[in-house]
Design a protein around this ligand. Structure first.
Ligand code: FE
Length: 333
């Protein structure tokens, strides 16, 4: 980053006017987030420097401590946002704009993280082999009628762990374990590949239903090779019995060390604004958190659903338990 060069420069010469900037650590991929930063820079003149990380963000922020150059941490998954908060590297942020644009269920009660998008974890069902109404709940995936018909990715992936945490939140640990055993018993093959690979497997006739995040449908529809996979399935929005559809979030937190706090706050507020949310939805095919903004038409066409109102903090809190249960039942084995 520029900070090293700047630190050296200050010892040698008078400091020139420093251009305003924000430094970001991101687990979100460049193509999903860079266009948003470019739009912000265009609008405000504030540069956004991004370090795209594969892993270790929490550890890095902790190690850097008060000297961290990072202002903002971007990631998907409530578990990862909660891990940042638990590591004490985020700062609370009181903002009227964020309170207005991000519904309470999608921000940390202590205002240390803010969701910017949501995604539902849904069932992808074969158009040919699964009738309308045949699957309506997550609980039902453990029913033996699905024996040999389900494909999923690894049970230890954050998307799966959040869903299992949701099951614990709904029904308790014992039920969730039995559910995981039931789903495992119904798998057509050992868990492998990503969400889209499961839809490919349905297309190829290996299984009839899979679990996946909503935005992958849009990505497959826009991909020459994958369009056939997408065309072979319907999206079904299952609910928890007595609840809604499981959603997870992507979000952002302001770091405790933030050297460019005012600019960083401006960036978060932009991303939660109507304009920022419209662009975010366009680039990511996710659901905006800002209720003034609709998802893309292609996404709305997946159907309407009611997000489960489980407290996201509880989902985060049950993450370790979900991992333990997944390992106990040897879900991936
Ligand atoms: Fe994803």
């Amino acid at each position: 980053m520029r900070l090293t060069a700047l630190a050296i420069a200050t010892t040698l010469v008078a400091i020139p006017a420093v251009a305003a900037e924000v430094n970001v650590y991101s687990y979100r991929q460049p193509e999903l987030i860079q266009p948003l930063f470019d739009a912000f820079t265009e609008k405000t003149g504030i540069a956004v420097n991004v370090a795209f990380l594969e892993k270790g963000m929490t550890e890095r922020l902790k190690a850097e401590g008060a000297r961290s150059p990072a202002d903002l941490a971007f990631t998907t998954d409530i578990g990862r946002l909660d891990a940042l908060k638990a590591a004490d590297v985020l700062a609370p942020l009181e903002s009227d704009a964020l309170s207005a644009n991000v519904p309470a269920q999608y921000r940390d009660p202590d205002n240390e993280w803010f969701a910017l998008t949501t995604r539902a974890r849904v069932v992808y069902a074969s158009k040919d082999r699964v009738a309308a109404g045949e699957v309506t709940t997550y609980e039902d995936l453990a029913d033996s009628k699905w024996k040999g018909r389900i494909c999923t990715r690894s049970g230890t992936h954050v998307y799966m762990l959040a869903l299992t945490a949701g099951m614990i939140e709904q029904h308790g640990e014992a039920y969730a374990k039995t559910w995981l055993e039931g789903v495992k018993a119904n798998l057509a093959r050992a868990p492998q590949g990503n969400d889209r690979a499961q839809v490919k497997a349905i297309w190829a006739g290996e299984c009839d239903i899979s679990l996946g995040n909503t935005y992958y449908m849009a990505l497959m529809l826009n991909n020459d090779e994958q369009k056939a996979w997408a065309d072979s399935v319907n999206i079904v929005f299952p609910t928890f019995e007595g609840g809604g559809t499981h959603v997870n979030i992507s979000g952002v937190g302001l770091t405790k060390a933030s050297p460019n706090r005012a600019e960083a706050v401006q960036l978060i507020e932009y991303l939660a604004s109507d304009d920022g949310q419209r662009l975010y939805a366009e680039i990511n095919n996710e659901y905006p958190v800002n209720p003034n903004v609709s998802a893309l038409a292609v996404v709305e066409a997946f159907g309407e659903f009611t997000a489960d109102d489980a407290n996201l903090q509880n989902i985060a809190d049950f993450r370790d338990e979900a991992l333990r249960l997944t390992e106990e039942v040897d879900y991936d084995g």
